[in-house]
Design a protein around this ligand. Structure first.
Ligand SMILES: [Zn+2]
Length: 537
């Protein structure tokens, strides 16, 4: 028995896996690499321990385990306190808090549960590390493990050095911390480059009219328009938009050129399109265009603060607010509704000319985490349109929670629109999603991505609301918008649509690319090398 307790395998297993157990128990989300990374380290430490005959090497190994104890303690603390795991967004939130605030914050979260779990972890770790007996590999099995340990060292060096996969190799807090600091450096470069480009690139941007104007651009996330009642879905998933239909222009045929956030928003929100081969780094953003024209700009977001291409655009805004910071980076219970007070504040701001970007979490990844549970409405299979009539229980549950998340996005839009309706001055709102989502619509799959792209991954809602003042002040544009509602468009031309509907004159504006212009010309819509109209729809 004492041999078992003294075996270094148990120490390594306990030190690495107890925090993971706590994460499974308390957190809604765990990095996919977490389990493999921890197993890998147990094999590595367990294996090489047979070969470390010198006391210096043995101390080194104990030191590594001790570091894992420290890192694991933070994982436990975070999981129990926030019901989440460390992400780079948590680091970003902490980096923005001043040290005294952080300490106060930590103390506010000290609980008996926390203290007891940590004490247990430390005590067991301390005694098991103290009693480790290092022994040479005798049996064949032990020799195999020793060789495996060496292999693991080589594999992790290869993964980290050649492939830059620190995040996947080192588990928990430490892996995220290393990933955060290197990611932050490259995002910082991005931010500086976008500011420098804005300052130095010669381009013109002017408002056509001096009337006070407020524009809100809502960026949805993973919304398949075929799941909106506004677009004919049998379930009532967009009651707010449905009710406002007379004030909306609903564009029927807009697709995203990509089924992923980053490439899609890169081309939607900058001069880059799928044909001009510009690099995003050299392309002025729509926010930059509006800012240069004299609008006060906002970036209010429920998405991760360190993300391309949006971080750099947000940094250029006059006012930025990532609600992730208010939640210490945790995604649990962080619903898009929390954006509303900031949006309201922006709408009520005294500046006469305002452009407010609102970036939603929408229907991202884990649908059921995107709306407050009490707002769920869809339970049975009624109204579901899927790839098969024999959906499994879990497939149906995904579809129901997806529809609930879409319905929640609709309620957030309804709130923003009612805030805008209080304005007498010119006001408009544009809503689209970065891409769609396949939710067992046309095949046995849920998600989005370049492999096996389906029409549901790119068919997005594209809605324009404007008040009476907009319709009378910019009557010509308004009529053109209505005329173009059935026109095919791809989201990479949004930059031009944006400049056009916000009445910004610019030498960057190409009228034939702008869906609100009478010169608009549809182009072939190529999505990952496939012609959407011929091969996907
Ligand atoms: Zn996305």
């Amino acid at each position: 028995m004492s041999k078992v307790i003294q075996s270094h395998w148990w120490s390594a297993l306990f030190v690495l896996f107890f925090p993971l157990l706590i994460m499974y128990a308390y957190s809604d989300f765990i990095r996919s690499s977490e389990l493999n990374a921890r197993l890998g380290w147990v094999l590595l430490i367990g294996g090489v321990a047979y070969l470390f005959r010198h006391t210096v090497l043995q101390k080194l190994l104990l030191g590594v385990l001790f570091l894992f104890v420290l890192s694991g303690s933070l994982d436990i603390l975070y999981a129990v306190t926030f019901g989440g795991v460390f992400t780079s967004a948590s680091f970003e939130a902490m980096a923005l808090t001043d040290p005294s605030e952080s300490l106060e914050f930590l103390l506010a979260y000290v609980s008996i549960e926390n203290v007891l779990l940590l004490l247990f972890y430390w005590l067991v770790a301390y005694f098991s590390l103290k009693r480790i007996l290092f022994k040479a590999p005798e049996r064949r099995r032990e020799k195999v493990f020793a060789a495996l340990g060496i292999l693991m060292i080589l594999a992790s060096i290869q993964q980290i050095h050649q492939r830059g996969r620190t995040f996947d190799v080192i588990p928990g807090f430490t892996g995220v911390a290393i990933d955060y600091s290197s990611g932050h450096q490259s995002i910082d470069i991005d931010i500086q480059a976008r500011q420098a480009l804005y300052d130095s690139k010669p381009f013109t941007a002017e408002m056509k009219a001096s009337d006070p104007q407020t524009y809100v651009i809502v960026l949805g996330e993973s919304v398949n328009r075929n799941h909106l009642s506004l677009y004919g879905y049998t379930r009532e998933t967009s009651p707010h938009l449905d009710k406002l239909q007379s004030e909306l222009v609903v564009f029927k045929d807009v697709v995203s050129p990509f089924a992923q956030t980053r490439p899609s928003l890169s081309v939607a929100l900058t001069e880059v399109d799928t044909q001009n081969k510009m690099s995003v780094q050299q392309a002025i953003s729509l926010l930059g265009g509006a800012k240069k024209a004299g609008f006060k700009t906002w970036w209010i977001s429920n998405q991760q603060p360190l993300r391309r291409p949006t971080s750099a655009m947000a940094a250029l805004a006059d006012v930025g607010h990532f609600i992730s910071h208010d939640f210490y980076g945790v995604e649990v219970n962080r619903y898009d509704g929390y954006l509303l007070p900031s949006v309201q504040k922006a709408i009520e701001d005294d500046a006469p000319h305002k452009v407010i970007f609102v970036h939603l979490m929408g229907s991202h990844l884990q649908y059921r985490n995107r709306y407050p549970p009490e707002q769920a409405v869809f339970k049975g299979a009624e109204g579901v349109q899927a790839y098969t009539d024999n959906l499994s229980r879990s497939e149906l549950a995904y579809i129901n929670s997806y529809d609930d998340s879409v319905r929640y996005t609709d309620s957030v839009l309804g709130e923003i629109l009612s805030q805008l309706q209080t304005l007498d001055e010119v006001a408009a709102l544009s809503f689209f999603a970065d891409h769609g989502e396949e939710v067992f619509d046309s095949k046995d799959f849920k998600g989005h991505g370049p492999d096996g792209v389906t029409r549901h991954m790119v068919e997005i809602p594209f809605v324009f609301w404007r008040n009476n003042a907009y319709q009378t002040t910019f009557a010509e544009t308004d009529q053109q918008l209505q005329k173009n509602a059935e026109q095919p468009m791809m989201l990479d031309d949004y930059f031009h649509f944006g400049l056009c509907f916000m009445q910004i004159n610019s030498d960057l504006l190409q009228s034939q690319r702008a869906l609100c212009s009478d010169q608009y010309e549809p182009k072939p819509r190529m999505i990952y090398g496939k012609n959407y109209d011929k091969e996907l729809r």
